[in-house]
Structure formats: structure tokens, C-alpha cells
Design a protein around this ligand. Structure first.
Ligand SMILES: NC(=O)c1ccc[n+]([C@@H]2O[C@H](COP(=O)([O-])OP(=O)(O)OC[C@H]3O[C@@H](n4cnc5c(N)ncnc54)[C@H](O)[C@@H]3O)[C@@H](O)[C@H]2O)c1
Length: 253
């Protein structure tokens, strides 16, 4: 029987590229996102058969439970990838509490729900991979909730790796630097932001969603790897994070 993989946040960017890589590797892939239509558009272009599109909000436990219960029902769920994410921009002294909660809800609370239900339904010997970020280790003014949530997710990955190891389930994360996707497009329109990113990236370029998907597949398939967050950023973790907030202030006052 074909093994099944689930990609949450799979309708766009890194998640969509990961769904394509998993399908090319022979999995039947369930793509889940906030709308079934968005997930379906990705599924329509996947190679192979047995794929499915589902609506799932990672912040709603009944959604996550239903998605992963269904995918794991035949005991053949071998890979779960959580690529759902969102960010915001605002100094801590000015940030709305609701906006802080929204970002942490998706990036940390949602990640917990995915680890909880993936951990219950993935087959023994299966693997889970979350998307964290360069911001899990590099602080950025104006990105407080995102940095805190992604740093928390690295630790949650380590705890989950410990707890699921007895069943041979491996839990890892990939922490990308700048990748051009709908998430980063608004920031890239601000004068100076891209130049600052690239000046702080020793390899001098942004990554691609396909390159991140390759790293996710590495994390899912490397048998002795667990509890690891893989930095994938052209060396950007060796320098400073760009002053995105400063560029915004200079551009818009
Ligand atoms: N693009 C980058 O430069 C970059 C860098 C570091 C980390 N990341 C992380 O990689 C992951 C993917 O980012 P991307 O760049 O592909 O972004 P993206 O915006 O292209 O895709 C994110 C997807 O998550 C979905 N999503 C948002 N909230 C959700 C929710 N509550 N439930 C289910 N799905 C939800 C969105 O609908 C979207 O399809 C995110 O976790 C992001 O934080 C991205």
C-alpha cells in the first residue's frame, strides 16, 4: 500500500513545494490548508495518485484531530509536515495583544496541536517535520511574536522527539532563512529590505521553496536524525538579521 504523507499549510510556498516533493517520492499526499480550494489547486498538479485536499485550521483542535485521524486510519501515515505559518510587524511596545496572540496561536499553539495528533496517528517508524525559522535563533526588531513562537517550536520539536522515540517516530524541523513566497513578498517590496537580507547572507541569495522541500525530505527520511532543527539559510545565521523594521520606518515614517 502507498504510504501517506500530510502537509498542513500546504496550499502555498514551502508547503506546496513539499507536497510536490513528497508526491514525486511516491507518497499519496493529503494537502491541508485554511480552504479546501487552496489545497485542491496544489493537489491538482501533483504527480501520482491517491492525493487528497482537506480544509484544516491548525489552531482548531477538532480540525487537526479530524485531519490526522482520517489520514492515519489505515495505519499507513508515515510523514507529517507542518508548514502553516504567519507573521506580523510591530515593536513590542506598540503591538496589539490580539496580534501577538494570533501569530503565536498559529506558529506555536497550532504546531503543538499538529505534534499532538501527528504523534497519535503517525505509524511506528514514521516522521514529523515542522517549519521553524532563522528567527528561532536570530532576533529581529518588530518580529517579537514570530521569533518567540519559532524559538518555542524548536524546543517543542526536541520534547516531541524524546516522547515519540520509543515508537521509532522521529521529529525534526527545518529553519529557513529568506525564501520568496507569499509570506515574504510584502516585506520584499519595501526599499532596502531585500538588499539588507542578501548583504547578511554569505551565499548572497535567497533560497527557493524547492530547496526547503529537499531539506524537509532529508529530515523525514534520515533514519538516525531526530530532535534537530536544520538551519537552511545560505549562512545567514552567521551574520545579523536585517533591520526590516528600520527600513519600514524610513519608507513609511
Ligand atoms: N518564506 C520564508 O522566508 C520563511 C522563512 C522562515 C520560515 N518560514 C516558515 O515556513 C512556513 C511556510 O512559509 P511560506 O513562506 O511557505 O508561507 P506561505 O504564506 O506561502 O504559506 C503558509 C501557508 O500556511 C497557511 N496557514 C496560515 N495560517 C494557517 C492556519 N491557521 N491553519 C492552516 N494553514 C494556515 C496559509 O494559508 C498558507 O497556505 C511557515 O511556517 C513560515 O513561518 C518561511
Amino acid at each position: 500500500m502507498t504510504s501517506r504523507a500530510v502537509v498542513l499549510g500546504g496550499a502555498s510556498g514551502i508547503g506546496a513545494a513539499t507536497a510536490r516533493a513528497l508526491a514525486a517520492a511516491g507518497h499519496a499526499v493529503t494537502v491541508a490548508d485554511l480552504t479546501e480550494e487552496g489545497a485542491g489547486a496544489v493537489v491538482d498538479d501533483l504527480p501520482g495518485t491517491g492525493h487528497a485536499a482537506r480544509r484544516c485550521d491548525v489552531t482548531v483542535e477538532t480540525d487537526v484531530d479530524a485531519l490526522l485521524s482520517e489520514a492515519g486510519a489505515d495505519g499507513n501515515l508515515t510523514a507529517v509536515v507542518n508548514s502553516a505559518g504567519s507573521s506580523t510587524l510591530g515593536l513590542l511596545t506598540e503591538l496589539d495583544e490580539a496580534e501577538f496572540r494570533r501569530v503565536v496561536d498559529i506558529c506555536l499553539h497550532g504546531a503543538f496541536l499538529v505534534l499532538k495528533h501527528a504523534g497519535r496517528h503517525v505509524a511506528d517508524g514514521g516522521a514529523i517535520c515542522s517549519l521553524t525559522s532563522l528567527n528561532a535563533r536570530q532576533p529581529a526588531a518588530g518580529f517579537g511574536p514570530y521569533c518567540a513562537a519559532k524559538a518555542g517550536l524548536v524546543m517543542l520539536t526536541e520534547v516531541a522527539a524524546l516522547e515519540l522515540a520509543p515508537r521509532g517516530v522521529r521529529v525534526n524541523a527545518v529553519s529557513p532563512g529568506l525564501v520568496d513566497t507569499p509570506l515574504t513578498a510584502p516585506a520584499m517590496d519595501i526599499p532596502g529590505v531585500r538588499e539588507d537580507y542578501l548583504a547578511n547572507t554569505p551565499l548572497g541569495r535567497a533560497g527557493t521553496a524547492a530547496e526547503v522541500a529537499d531539506a524537509v525530505l532529508f529530515a523525514l527520511t534520515t533514519p538516525w536524525l531526530t530532535g534537530e532543527a536544520i538551519d537552511l539559510n545560505g549562512g545567514a545565521h552567521l551574520r545579523a538579521y536585517p533591520d526590516v523594521h528600520g527600513h519600514v520606518v524610513r519608507a513609511f515614517g
